[in-house]
Write a protein that binds this ligand. Structure first.
Ligand code: GDP
Ligand code: MG
Length: 226
């Protein structure tokens, strides 16, 4: 871990624990297990559906090259400014990277965690996602942060949604029905097919940002003037 920390401090954007970029902007941190759809979400927001082959490209990024190395193991940072101006960090959710998540929210003042869960995951992975989510919700550095849990709805080959939004079993499996009041008011979950997001003005994303804005401007939390 200390080696990662040392490496990390050398990374662009981490100067003495202060954030890079625009310190005035609310900062969002996209987290979740590997392959839940985080990078796809970030680039759907940033580029929209103009990145036509994103599914194939993301697969290619995961394919080891002849040296056995996998491309794109790092984090991404983008700024959004159309519907809701913010800085967005997106960090991998592989086993090796999960312990590194805390370096981000310890180094950067995070206003909103966007936690992505793939709706098609098995029980074991959902439990793992739940454990990580609840650890985050109890972190001192995130005690004012808004939590937007995105259940990544997927469509099957016939175009039908695989997740029953009405039944919404993941609400219970992720323990979102029974949150402590100090967390409950700043947490909401959304069922969204990330692949369908057509940029930051997409109505599904506007719904997420509208909730985040309410939380971030609330006097119980950051009381930001947005
Ligand atoms: N069908 C479908 N595939 C998706 C969706 N979101 C992500 N994917 C694919 O799932 C894989 C994992 O997505 P990625 O964004 O790389 O996940 P990350 O590890 O959380 O960053 C990639 O192959 C994506 O193209 C989705 O909403 N629908
Ligand atoms: Mg990724």
């Amino acid at each position: 871990m200390s080696r990662i920390k040392a490496l990390f401090s050398k990374c662009a954007g981490f100067s003495g624990g202060l954030i890079s970029g625009n310190a005035e902007l609310p900062q969002l941190l996209i987290l979740g297990l590997d392959k839940s759809g985080k990078t796809t979400l970030l680039y759907r927001l940033k580029i929209g559906s103009g990145w036509g082959d994103i599914v194939e490209d993301m697969k290619r990024m995961r394919t080891p090259d002849s040296d056995g190395k996998v491309e794109d193991p790092g984090y991404h940072y983008e700024e959004l400014g159309r519907s809701f101006s913010c800085g967005v960090w997106e960090v991998p959710g592989t086993e090796a990277m999960r312990p590194v998540w805390k370096l981000f929210y310890q180094s950067i003042k995070i206003h909103c965690v966007v936690f992505v869960v793939d709706a098609t995951e098995n029980e074991q992975r959902i439990n793992l996602a739940k454990r990580h989510l609840h650890v985050l919700m109890n972190e001192a550095e995130l005690r004012n942060a808004c939590f937007c849990v995105i259940i990544n709805q997927r469509a099957d080959s016939a175009g039908n949604n695989v997740y029953d939004e009405k039944e919404d079993v993941l609400k219970y499996k992720l323990g979102l029905h029974d949150l402590h009041p100090s967390v409950e008011w700043r947490t909401r979950h959304f069922v969204i097919n990330i692949l369908d997001i057509k940029g930051e003005s997409d109505k599904d994303w506007l719904g997420v940002m509208s909730f985040a804005k309410d939380v971030l401007t609330d006097s119980k939390g950051f009381a930001l003037k947005l």
